[in-house]
Design a protein around this ligand. Sequence first.
Ligand code: FE
Ligand code: FE
Ligand code: ZN
Length: 294
Amino acid sequence: MLYIGSHVGFKKDSQLLGSVREALSYGANTFMFYTGAPQNTNRYPILDSLTLEAMNLMKENGIDYSKVVVHAPYIINLANDKDPDKFIFSVRFLQEELERCELLGIKSLVLHPGSHVGLGLDTAISNIAKGLNMILGTHDVKILLETMAGKGTEVGSSLEEIKRIIDLVDDKSHIGVCLDTCHLNDAGYDVKTFDSFLDRFDSLIGIDKIGCIHINDSKNTLGAHKDRHENFGFGTIGFDTLVSVVYNERLSQVPKILETPYVDREYPPYKYEIEMIKNKTFDTQLIEKIKEQI
Ligand code: FE
Ligand code: FE
Ligand code: ZN
């Protein structure tokens, strides 16, 4: 079964119900959302009545809530303990995210490992593990460490770095990995040879640890360490390669999430991209068509 969806909103008044409705409008059968703005930590209380309605709507439409994922805000940085108060704030906020996930029935939380901000890789990795060990297993939610592009001082742009963090985590049953095809490309992993990448992943970390894949094309060349997402098929990775990742049999149980850019920064492309993925046929005019339909 193909689990395909995109990033969707999560608004104060409609919460999970609004997210499910948005996902359904794209023809998706899974989705990902932030529990508030990705760039800040202001959050409002979860309303159980909306969650219940959302659960019913998912059931009616065959959405398996265990495939739905939350993304932690990217200002959380477990790698940085220069300011101990900030580190504790990150840990606490992440703990609250786990609580929110549990209230919403979500089983997976995607997290950027962090940036070492000059502290060096070794310190960063031990800080990340320390933070994770303070909270992992307190809730029935897995934290999925995302593979990063290697922009700035980002940790987690190589499988070896991800493995080092996981090795230091006590509760291995609540840790996993989220691949991001744009990040892999920008980090220097050629997505065109994805199966040999998976072999490498399997021998190093174990393929069963992959809990989510972000399916994005990239605006940049292999190894550029940039992290700029492009619409599906319109970047340097290309349509055929991305489709083969989406339909890779070894990852058939893993949800595939589009984080491709809005057209003209305003119009979500997901309905059209999902259609194209289902048809397995590239539409070179897709972006123009989206603009026309608006
Ligand atoms: Fe991410
Ligand atoms: Fe991503
Ligand atoms: Zn990215």
